[in-house]
Design a protein around this ligand. Structure first.
Ligand code: ADP
Ligand code: MG
Length: 257
């Protein structure tokens, strides 16, 4: 059989076997194998590497899509020089994900625009790359979901990602006040995950403001007790990244006058 026909058959089989990565890189890898005199094993290894990496990338993209993240950003996209008050080492340490092995929680606190959602999302991307399941929700959506599940007698709870995901991110705790009933629901959620799996919380409110926000000092104390028992608290005190252009403009204006 001529080389050309063999190549055609190989290409057809690669389609049948669903190996698009191999199909795309075959001719380059063949050239490299020839010019560098690779062993058969090295040749096969390079080909399979291409395919594996491609499939892994796809898996991560599909998974990230299904987790409900507001955007996909990584820690490489985070400009630490913009937040000089932030403990970079403490943040970077989180990315070894030992906090998840220990079922610890992470709390990102600070005013709007300082990167709380960005950092949470970056941790989600990292956890996803390590094969973990993630559930991203806002506080408002979580409370709504918990309310519906309670009305159904909690019969669906084991199927809910807020229950089973390896990592749950509750974004924007404190943006809207919640009543006593809702506070109870949130307590139930926190207690459900306590010492069993990690949760990341972002909030624009300091803990001493939570009591007022949740309308119930006793339950808030119980919530914070469990949330903070095994936790890393990251306080971000700097400027809003969203308003950075505005600030520069303001400064420019001040200099002109
Ligand atoms: P927060 O959740 O604290 O309100 P976000 O994480 O949503 O703030 O950040 C607002 C926007 O600014 C996002 O697009 C985010 O990616 C970006 N951002 C915030 N801080 C930084 C930073 N230090 N470096 C790069 N981008 C940042
Ligand atoms: Mg946010």
């Amino acid at each position: 059989m001529s080389e050309r026909l063999v190549m055609e058959r190989v290409m057809e089989n690669l389609i049948r076997l669903r190996l698009p990565g191999v199909r795309q890189t075959l001719s380059d890898v063949l050239d490299a194998a020839q010019s560098s005199s690779w062993s058969h094993l090295t040749f096969l290894d390079r080909l399979l590497q291409e395919e594996t990496q491609r499939k892994e990338q796809r898996r991560i993209e599909a998974a990230l899509h299904s987790f409900g993240l507001p955007f996909v950003k990584t820690i490489d996209d985070f400009d630490f020089s913009f937040q000089p008050g932030l403990d970079r080492r403490m943040v970077m340490n989180l990315f070894d994900l030992t906090f998840m092995e220990r079922n610890m929680n992470v709390l990102f606190l600070g005013p709007p625009g300082v990167g709380k959602t960005h950092l949470s999302t970056s941790l989600a991307v990292k956890a996803c790359q390590c094969g973990k399941t993630i559930h991203f929700t806002t506080m408002a959506d979580l409370i709504h979901r918990l309310g519906t599940d309670r009305s159904a007698g909690w019969s669906n709870v084991n199927r809910r990602p807020y229950q089973w995901a390896n990592l749950v991110i509750v974004d924007e705790v404190g943006y809207t006040p919640i009543d006593r009933e809702e506070c109870n629901l949130f307590y139930r959620f926190v207690a459900m995950r306590y010492e069993r799996a990690s949760t990341i919380i972002t909030s624009n409110k300091a803990f001493d403001e939570w009591a007022e926000l949740f309308n119930d000092t006793i339950i808030v104390t119980a919530i914070l007790d469990r949330l903070l028992h095994h936790s890393v608290i990251v306080n971000i005190k700097g400027d809003s990244f969203r308003l950075r252009g505005l600030k520069e403009k303001e400064e420019g204006k001040n200099m002109e006058t």
